[in-house]
Design a protein around this ligand. Structure first.
Ligand SMILES: *Cc1c(COP(=O)(O)O)cnc(C)c1O
Length: 362
């Protein structure tokens, strides 16, 4: 089989050394004569690997003691409901920053549980670029919390600085950018991420939460959705996704030991994104990305061909060249190359080489 670079938006590539290790120890974990997928989550051997994964994540993010790591079910979207069920006050409201598709889905879900104040930031700037109007960020100081999406996976828009919300807790959907760069965790009340972009298997959700936000949820909240119960039970109230936890732990170890932490990870990611955006920007308009440069996502690069009638040929020839998953999201069309942590620089080089060759052929 020839090497395929997978640019899919999620589930997406995982680091090759992680996959190789998981394969090697799949049938016999740590000499125990059974697979990790068969082990009781209550066994001391499993608990040891579970604790180590949490500790590695704490180390990578340099988490202060007043932040907890929770692993929950339901992926990223599960948290769209969990956040308001756990944090909304009965008669209050929550601020939802709307910057694209995913923050919009979060907002829509939250409306089932609380009054929502939507802050519409999407705009077209004077250069005709897709941008964000930060002046429209009129926050309510009495809001229960402010929710935003750090990286709009579909629109290719990333917000690099934490929003300043004063004393109102800031909640971030970091599904498609977590662990791609260092974060000042202390600026956030909660950072959460569905795992299948930068961490591991889908269905699993990583939640970084400040202690004071772990409290009695709304009475109708399912126990599996309660931050309080999840914390009290060490994320093992019911059977966790043990394999996802294990594999995520291998990814944390890879970032910590092989990459050398989030500063090094960020350097790699900056280099990859710059290579692709440069290729687009220097194509004399053959390829176009219309996002305001200050908000261009490092993880999801969206672009169109000037002559859209060539899009099908582009995708077909890319696939033949071992470059898969480049078709844009169905709501936007065009192309999207996801450059998550596991995508090596060589993969992006292969893509830009292909793009240059395609341009000269067509
Ligand atoms: C993929 C994604 C989600 C949804 O994750 P699921 O695990 O499919 O629920 C939520 N938010 C963002 C920003 C995403 O990229």
């Amino acid at each position: 089989m020839t090497k395929v670079y997978n640019f899919s938006a999620g589930p997406s590539m995982l680091p090759e050394p992680v996959m190789a290790r998981a394969q090697k120890e799949f049938l016999n974990y740590n000499g125990l004569g059974m697979s990790v997928i068969e082990m009781s989550h209550r066994s001391k051997e499993y608990q040891a690997l579970a604790d180590e994964a949490v500790q590695d994540l704490r180390d990578i993010l340099r988490l202060p003691d007043n932040y907890q790591v929770l692993f929950m079910h339901g992926g990223g979207r599960g948290m769209f409901a969990n956040v308001p069920m756990n944090l909304a006050s009965k008669d209050g409201s929550a601020d939802y920053v709307h910057t694209g598709a995913w923050s919009g889905y979060a907002l829509k879900e939250a409306k089932k549980y609380t009054r929502v104040n939507a802050l519409e930031l999407e705009c077209v700037n004077d250069k005709g670029q897709h941008s964000l109007n930060m002046d429209a960020l009129k926050l309510d100081p009495a809001a229960s919390y402010v929710h935003y999406c750090m990286n709009e996976t579909i629109h290719g828009i990333e917000i690099f600085e934490p929003l300043d919300t004063g004393s109102v807790p800031l909640i971030a959907d970091a599904s498609s950018t977590i662990l791609s760069r260092p974060l000042d965790v202390t600026k956030y009340g909660i950072i959460y991420a569905g795992a299948q972009k930068n961490i591991g298997p889908s269905g699993f959700c990583v939640v970084i939460i400040r202690d004071d936000l772990i409290k009695e949820p709304a009475p109708f909240t399912p126990d599996v959705s309660s931050f309080q119960i999840t914390r009290d039970k060490g994320s093992m109230f019911n059977t966790p996704n043990t394999f996802a936890w294990y594999l995520s732990g291998l990814v944390f170890k890879w970032i910590k030991d092989e990459i050398g932490g989030l500063e090094a990870m960020e350097q790699r990611n900056k280099e990859k994104a710059a290579l692709l955006y440069d290729c687009i920007d220097s194509s004399d308009g053959y390829y176009v990305n219309k996002v305001d440069p200050q908000y261009r996502s490092r993880m999801n690069v969206v672009f169109n061909l000037r002559d859209e009638s060539l899009s099908d040929a582009f995708l077909k020839e890319a696939k033949e060249a071992g470059l898969s998953g480049l078709k844009g999201h169905r709501v936007l069309g065009g192309m999207r190359a996801s450059l998550y942590n596991a995508m090596p620089l060589e993969g992006v080089k292969a893509l830009t080489d292909f793009m240059a060759a395609f341009k000269s052929r067509h």
